[in-house]
Ligand binder design. Structure first.
Ligand code: SAH
Length: 350
């Protein structure tokens, strides 16, 4: 699918044609990655952040946020819970927290790998090549770093560099991650003020060019304690050029992502569930996705990991999330995957 075709699908409004798109994506998902849905247990290990991203509630300027960093023993305990709940992967995510040193996290990863058979995914932001190499050596299997938007000018506006150094390209970091042997994940937010239809089509095309192993997409949700959410930074385009952050666009992007990257692991995201708690996750899974990420963060911390407001499932216990998601997966005729559920490369290019 070329960029023009992606663009025309993004703008498609005919419900019947969209049902056809969703059916194609679902059929391809089934053929390429099967009916199993992989569960990745998410542990939000720190909400401390050195960055001032204009979209994210964790940004350093948000003085109202209660900050935390979990202790290594608490993180390992969450990983044990992931194994007990039958998950194949634990995802450790945080703000860009330089209080988490390279060796600090390497020790946590080593302990999880020694005690469990879990795949370990990290999502720690734009860390140094040395840290990324150290964590890989400690046993980390995968790394998530969304490029957020392929529009470089927009990205620069919403993602100021650290005061201490020049901006680093997330695309270049993704290449480094691949060279280090990580399974590499990226993705974008949908409906960021300033995001044009053309740039969103380019995002999806870029997913294919980068040959990503994992691709997460979700709606942008305004956070009032951020420059974009408060209106301090107003980037919205004229209505005919601006991508809206609606549920329907997210489904289109999930489906088009599957069609562009047939083998990728694609989550049906919590941000999507936040737009439609009743059935957003199921609809994502029915339109190209094959992964969900139940939350394992202890309740006391979970409510402070507020990247956007009114996040779905903020009060549930890890056991609640596991039971709920398993039920949802069965209700749509799918089953829970076992094992690490890494990217399965087909011998024949699709
Ligand atoms: N510090 C890490 C992890 C960030 S949180 C990093 O920067 O990679 C993970 C993802 O949450 C981000 O990549 C972004 O795509 C998403 N996110 C942040 N703020 C958001 C918002 N207001 N609405 C929707 N998604 C958001």
């Amino acid at each position: 699918m070329d960029r023009a075709e992606i663009l025309s699908w993004l703008k498609e409004e005919d419900p019947q044609r969209l049902q056809t798109l969703y059916m194609w994506a679902d059929q391809l998902r089934r053929r390429m990655v099967g009916d199993q849905v992989h569960l990745r247990g998410l542990v939000e290990i720190s909400n401390r952040c050195a960055r001032r991203c204009a979209y994210c509630g964790l940004q350093a300027g948000n003085a109202a946020l209660v900050r935390y960093r979990m202790q290594p023993a608490e993180i390992v305990e969450c990983a044990r819970a992931a194994a007990t709940l039958g998950y194949g992967t634990v995802v450790l995510q945080a703000g860009e927290d330089y209080g988490i040193g390279g060796e600090w996290l390497a020790a946590v990863v080593r302990e999880i790998k020694a005690e469990t058979r879990l795949a370990v995914t990290l999502s720690m932001g734009e860390r140094s090549d040395a840290d990324l190499a150290l964590w890989r050596k400690a046993g980390a299997d995968r790394y998530l770093l969304r490029f957020e938007t392929s529009d470089a000018a927009l990205f620069d506006l919403i993602h100021p560099p650290l005061a201490s150094g020049p901006a680093r390209s997330r695309i270049a970091i993704l290449r480094t991650l691949r060279e280090l042997g990580y399974e590499t994940g990226s993705g974008v937010m949908i409906g960021i003020p300033g995001q044009s239809w053309d740039s969103l089509a380019r995002d999806i095309e870029l997913f294919g060019e980068l040959d990503l192993d994992m691709i997460g997409v979700g709606p942008y949700i305004a956070h009032p304690a951020t420059p974009l959410g408060s209106g301090e930074l107003n980037l919205a385009l004229a209505a005919d050029r601006q991508v809206p952050n609606t549920e329907e666009i997210v489904y289109k992007v999930v489906a088009l992502t599957r069609l562009t990257c047939p083998e990728a692991n694609i989550p049906s995201t919590t941000a999507l569930a936040t737009l439609n708690l009743a059935s957003g996750r199921e609809l994502g899974l029915a339109r190209g996705a094959n992964v969900v990420m139940p939350n394992l963060t202890p309740a006391a911390y979970r409510r402070h990991y507020e990247i956007y407001p009114n996040k779905a499932c903020i009060r549930e216990t890890p056991e609640d999330c596991s039971g709920c998601l398993r039920g949802r997966i069965r209700s749509i005729g799918r089953y829970v995957g076992t094992g690490p559920g890494g990217r399965a490369r087909s011998a024949v290019p699709a």
